[in-house]
Design a protein around this ligand. Sequence first.
Ligand code: GLA
Length: 464
Amino acid sequence: MRELSFQMIINDPADPLLKAFAMAYPRASAPRVCRAPGRINLIGEHTDYNGLPVLPVTLDREIRIAFAGGSDSLVQLRAGDPGFPFCQFNNAASIPPSPPGSWGNYCKAAIHGLNEYFRVTTFPGMDAYVSGNIPIAAGLSSSSALVVAAGLAYLAILGIRLDEDLSRLELAQVLAEAEHYVGTRGGGMDQAILLLGEEGAACKIDFFPLRAEKVPLLTDYSFIVCHSLVRAEKTGDMMHRYNEGPLTCRLICALVERQVQTDFDSTVEIARLADLWHGHLCLTHEEVQSLFDRSLPTERMTLKQIAQRLNITTEEIRRRWLGDLKEPERGFHLRSRARHQLTEYQRVEAARDALQAGDADELGQLMNRSHESCATDYYVSCPELEALVAIAREAGALGARLTGAGFGGCTVNLVHNGLLEQFGAEVERKYYHAFMSRRQQTVELPERMLIARTSAGAGYLAPS
Ligand code: GLA
């Protein structure tokens, strides 16, 4: 699995990261170090941008940044890895993005977002050295970990204290919004779990307002992360495919809002799907289901048909909700995507209850159903992920599903601790050797399976 080169780091003067920093920036003052972990999502996929809950855990893989104030407004980023070339830019009210795919954009996103939030007018510089061991383009949130770690570094440069001047909840919201700078229209799951997650527990996260509830993990079971070997990048075509989810949900909101206005109240506005269950409307799951049945056709809808139904032009739809998203060839799947939102919401609540009751069988079934829904109702799976979950279930996983945005990347598998070796050997044989040998492997991967272990949420390392 491709990852930033990283060695075990202890934060003392002999620490390789501090040494690398000192070599890279010989004139800089003594650096501080911050970190942000990766994450896996147990259940609740593609629900966050609709304000519906998710149930992720932190990983014991992380991004670390050694940083110090820089000269003038110059921000310098180094990573000591040829895949992450030197990047520098001027900190200012407007920071133009680097070409798509550039790693510097994730740091720019954090700095730009914090400048806007705090209405910064004097723009400090920063010298930073980045290292990490979160597999990249694997759906384990390495990019949001970079945004969060860069955000923590820059906060310290601004002299703003985490937990004192700014709460983790606020920071998670600011950085979720800030990450839109790179072009993906993600929700707030990743930034929230990275900042609010805890060692030894999962976290049920709800949005608007953002809140986190600690949920116990199962003692006799582990979550095994398996890489499909298909890169799940957040740029180019993948970004477009990801954005189709949140942007299509805006169309669903518009159609549902029209129905609600006709049926109940002409003043109601549905900014996001979660508004159906909360606030003014407070509908039950059954009522939401019936609303979807009445407002969304089962067959796909073209942009033209949607425009007719909303009584506006297709240009207006593009301007308000879609931007430059390409219309899918045979139209938008609205009903099935809405069904995924409703059923996944229910599964997240049920999964939290199953974890609290220590019911591994129930959790496994919910994970399996979530995967099916992601694949057939939300269209975010791919043939490799389908093969990998099928093999994992045969190999003894009680539950197996894609985790993160999908389209490749990793699966998460619920496996009894007594079965770990057997599970690993069977998946190795049937997926990595047999299935993938028939395909072109797209990722070099020394370590394709790992046992998910949790770690603390993001923060600063105590200076030595
Ligand atoms: C990515 C996004 C998240 C979330 C997941 C899918 O990780 O960054 O906001 O939408 O995909 O659940």
